[in-house]
Design a binder for this molecule. Structure first.
Ligand code: UDX
Length: 441
């Protein structure tokens, strides 16, 4: 291996912390940077501030190697790094559907002020197309090294729950660059990944920015497509799980992201499709991706229809009824409750007068902070105690493995809604449960 560049990673949230840790394990000297001093202290002490399988062990390994440190100092970052990765969040703005660029702009400005020699700034955050060109101007106007500083784009596709494996061996790398030097720097910043034969697509800045939003829009579309089919199935008595399985045998369609249910949530897909639709409108091509609004609409309807199904099973009204909500995280193996369909359904039922008891294997604490009005159980059985209706909202393995007989001992009503098609209907029905799921007879 030729001499490895020193890396900084600005932003130590989900994406940044994982990137910094994995890069250090792969052999790079890495400095992680964040404005949140408490997060920096926790990371330096070997504690990952969020739930991600395998990451705590990787952090311990990286810290032991002596190649990884975290700081709040941008001056230190400018001094240390050859390649600087920008990994801060781009949440949805409060006042519109656009992406909030405050953190990207602030971190790039803060870093650029300390760039006194040739360096590469690499954006990883999900941004509206055109951001890299704008940031190039910003960096060159702010950095003491001026136009010796170059900008590149390297979108990140990692999934929560699989963050380590997606970072160590991604499906592909995308390098958006404007010079051969920038490409060479990126290649040396990803040497161990490229050495495994991971394909790399080298392209311009705007295409690299678009790859990420195009990919997430496609995934969201696939999910909403099968959920739209679920609505049609309901009107006809057809079974959407059989339909999805039959579609999946066609290689051209494929079975991934074709799982019907309560729909998508999280910190990425919902806000990314909205920001993309908004950006396309600004660019005068809103019509081209107008369907994304429909995708969002189908997705939101899943939550409303799940609430309707609870009402139906509760006899038309949930006021005064007890509902057990199994799951709070936006998906299993995560404690992330951002735009979580599960919590949305639970909170709506509470507003309608139900007494809702939530249990999530990892997200109870986060959920309690966001929704103190709800009750929280210590286990699935505890949450289900004396419930009028049980509703499975996040498909954790431990919920799939619930024994209907055992749960039936604490739920005399024996009514369950499977919001994620995670259970085997025949075994619940055989145990005397009324089993219901959207899109199935
Ligand atoms: C997503 C993208 O997959 C990832 O590439 C990108 O970098 C960030 O956004 P993530 O948000 O971690 O990753 O979760 P993902 O596994 O994609 O699931 C998103 C949502 O879709 C979850 O709420 C999940 O429950 C839902 N989903 C997924 C379905 O409802 N059906 C499916 O078939 C697949």
């Amino acid at each position: 291996m030729s001499k490895l560049p020193r890396l900084t990673v600005i932003g130590t949230g989900y994406l940044g912390a994982t990137h910094a840790i994995c890069m250090a394990v792969m052999g790079y000297e890495v400095l992680g940077v964040d404005v949140d001093a408490s997060k920096i202290d926790r990371l330096n002490a070997g504690e990952v501030p969020f739930f991600e399988p395998g990451l705590p062990e990787m952090l311990a390994k990286a810290l032991d190697s002596g190649r990884l440190r975290f700081t709040t100092s941008f001056a230190e970052a400018g001094e240390f790094g050859d390649v600087h990765f920008i990994c801060v969040g781009t949440p949805q703005r409060k006042d519109s559907e656009a992406a909030d660029m405050t953190y990207v702009d602030a971190s790039v400005t803060a870093l650029a002020g300390h760039l006194t020699r040739k360096a590469l700034v690499v954006g990883k955050s999900t941004v509206p197309v055109g951001t890299a060109a704008r940031l190039t101007e910003l960096v060159r106007a702010t950095a003491p090294a001026g136009d010796q500083v170059e900008l590149a784009w390297n979108p990140e596709f990692l999934r929560e729950g699989f963050a380590v494996e997606d970072t160590m061996k991604p499906d592909r790398l995308v390098f958006g660059v404007t010079s051969p030097w920038a490409e060479a720097q990126l290649r040396s910043a990803f040497q161990p990944v490229l050495a495994q034969g991971v394909p790399v697509k080298v392209t311009d800045l705007q295409t690299a920015e678009l790859v990420k939003v195009a990919a997430n829009s496609f995934l969201a579309t696939k999910i909403s497509y099968i959920n739209a089919m679920a609505e049609v199935c309901e009107a006809t008595g057809a079974d959407v799980t059989d339909l999805a399985e039959a579609l999946a045998y066609d290689d051209r369609i494929g079975g991934k992201f074709l799982r019907p249910g309560l729909g998508f949530g999280g910190g990425c897909l919902p806000k990314d499709i909205r920001a993309f639709a908004h950006r396309a409108e600004e660019l005068g091509v809103g019509q081209a991706v107008g369907f994304l609004r429909e995708i969002d609409g189908i997705n939101r309807r899943r939550r409303a229809r799940t609430v309707d199904l609870v009402l139906e099973l509760a006899g038309g009204d949930v006021a005064g009824k007890r509902v057990a909500a199994l799951g709070a995280a936006f998906k299993p193996n995560s404690d992330d409750i951002r735009d979580a369909p599960a919590l949305d359904v639970a909170a709506t039922l509470h507003r309608m007068g139900a007494t809702v008891t939530v249990f999530d294997p990892a997200a109870n604490d986060n959920a309690r902070r966001a929704h103190p009005e709800l009750r929280y159980g210590a286990s699935a059985l505890d949450a289900a105690m004396d419930a009028d209706v049980v509703v499975l909202l996040t498909e954790w393995t431990e919920f799939r493995e619930i024994d209907p007989e055992i749960m039936g001992q604490v739920v005399t009503s024996r009514k369950i809604i499977d919001g994620r098609h995670a259970l085997i209907p025949a075994s619940w029905r055989a145990a005397g449960w009324e089993y219901r799921a959207l899109g199935r007879p």
